[in-house]
Design a protein around this ligand. Structure first.
Ligand code: NDP
Length: 445
């Protein structure tokens, strides 16, 4: 990097946030994209916008005590990082997973700020979660945990302040319990969470939105290289919310999805994944993906989730978690003829893997842009809640599709405007410039 200010920012962020590996990874990737921006807009440096954008506006860490089915008192740690409100109320999901820590919540919150800006909707960025493991917990334990979590969090939320949604380990069931507790404490029915059930203010197509949006975005990017999902072989990691609906839309567009995974292992089905079986196993029975191979006799189950990248494919859609594609995995994808990696998850590809993929001409659709359909549709849910009017599935889906096409257009335009080499840099730049301009106009706050 030749820009002294940007180099200094890298040093400051490392000194100020030691040991926060994921956070530093996310911030460094953005800073490294910004040279052309700071060359063009000296006012951003004069107002020290970058140092301000890197520092979250507010970080809340709290105790979550709850009682398990044996009557034993358990304690977890809850987080909400209200990252940036320059263009709208804080918005971003809540993750329940044993790996959750401040570094992970901050990396997710930081990325969310730019992603939300890319949607074109008035949404600031935030993220939250807890180191709680929902696996193996009873329905009542999940409910008690959610209620305890919200009993602290509610005071920091509001439909014009901070509007959380789901993420890993937080789906419609958890959002329901969180919403119920918020309503009980505040005695008000507002759109303070998104991803709600359809009977109490949720939006049609929100459940499908991140996966559908990913495929809409990748489809636009593929057109530019004269490819499409039609007849393509696709591998999708994960089998949760994002993976399931990415699979559905890819199949609708003519792709053959041959592999999916969970954190224990992956299944390979040479006949193409039967999505009804996946939904039954994961959404209804909440079982492990290995059950799939019991039902479909041609399919095989392999222990270990990373092996999925050895399966030959044209398009890889990582939809599980951060840092799931390493350099070795990228090498295998390249060797097997993969021409596109579309990130449904947040930061699923390590920096060295991204570098390698780009060097080999693989199209990389970065998560900030490609998985923005979830939060965009959450924005549409907020609009419907404010209007007190639900929209049809067709209306929400057509708006989602338009938003994803616009994000692609904005990123492609930035590639031309700044002479960039990839959509990765473009997404960082488009999101950053929008938030930076708003901060500049609002003065030093
Ligand atoms: P879910 O909890 O619904 O599904 C997560 C899936 O990924 C599960 O199959 C899970 O397997 C697997 N997984 C989770 N952690 C790991 C791990 N450490 N190693 C391997 N596999 C793992 O989450 P979502 O589908 O909602 O989220 C997936 C990704 O998409 C995340 O990165 C999230 O931040 C991102 N995202 C989600 C959005 C949304 O609207 N939900 C919006 C934008 C991005 P197992 O069941 O074994 O844990």
């Amino acid at each position: 990097m030749s820009n002294v200010y940007l180099e200094k920012m890298c040093e400051i962020v490392k000194a100020r946030n030691p040991h926060e590996e994921e956070f530093l990874q996310a911030v460094t990737e953005v800073i490294e994209s910004l040279e052309p921006v700071f060359a063009r807009y000296p006012e951003f440096e004069e107002a020290n916008i970058l140092e301000r954008i890197i520092e979250p506006e507010r970080q809340i860490i709290f105790r979550v005590s709850w009682v398990d089915d044996q009557g034993k008192v358990r304690v977890n740690r809850g987080y909400r990082v209200q990252y940036n409100s320059a263009i709208g109320p804080y918005k971003g999901g809540i993750r329940f997973h044993p790996s959750v820590n401040l570094s992970i919540v901050k990396f997710l919150g930081f990325s969310q700020v730019f992603k939300n800006a890319l949607t074109g909707l008035p949404l600031g960025g935030g993220k939250g979660g807890a180191d709680f493991d929902p696996k193996g917990k009873s329905e009542m334990e999940i409910m008690r945990f959610c209620q305890s979590f919200m009993t602290e969090l509610y005071r920091h939320l509001g439909p014009d302040t901070d509007v959380p949604a789901g993420d890993i380990g937080v789906g419609a069931r958890e959002v329901g319990y969180l919403f119920g507790q918020y309503k009980r404490i505040c005695n008000e029915f507002t759109g303070v969470l998104t991803g709600k059930g359809l009977s109490y203010g949720g939006s049609l197509v929100r459940k499908e939105a991140t996966g559908f949006g990913l495929v809409y975005f990748v489809n636009e990017a593929l057109k530019a290289i004269n490819k499409s999902f039609d007849q393509a072989t696709v591998v999708i990691s994960g089998s949760g919310n994002v993976a399931t609906y990415a699979c559905q839309k890819a199949q609708e567009l003519g792709a053959k999805v041959v592999a999916m995974s969970d954190s224990n292992g992956y299944i390979y089905d040479p006949n193409g994944i039967n999505l009804d079986t996946i939904k039954e196993i994961k959404e209804v029975k909440r079982q492990r993906i290995k059950e799939y191979a019991q039902i479909h006799k041609d399919a095989r189950y392999y222990e270990g989730s990373r092996g999925i990248w050895q399966v030959p494919c044209h398009i890889a859609l990582p939809c599980a978690t951060q840092n799931e594609i390493y350099e070795e995995d990228a090498k295998a994808l390249i060797k097997n003829g993969c021409y596109c990696v579309g990130e449904g998850a947040n930061m699923p590809t390590t920096p060295s893997a991204i570098k390698l993929l780009l060097e080999h001409g693989v199209l990389v659709a970065p998560g900030k842009a490609a998985n923005a359909g979830g939060v965009a549709t959450s924005g549409l849910e907020m609009t419907q809640n404010s209007q007190r009017l639900p929209w049809s599935a067709e209306e929400v889906d057509s708006r989602l599709r338009a938003i994803m096409c616009n994000i692609y257009k904005d990123c492609a335009a930035a590639i031309d405007e700044y002479g960039l080499g990839s959509l990765v840099e473009a997404a960082n730049i488009v999101g950053f410039v929008k938030v930076a301009r708003a901060m500049l106009e609002q003065g030093v706050i």
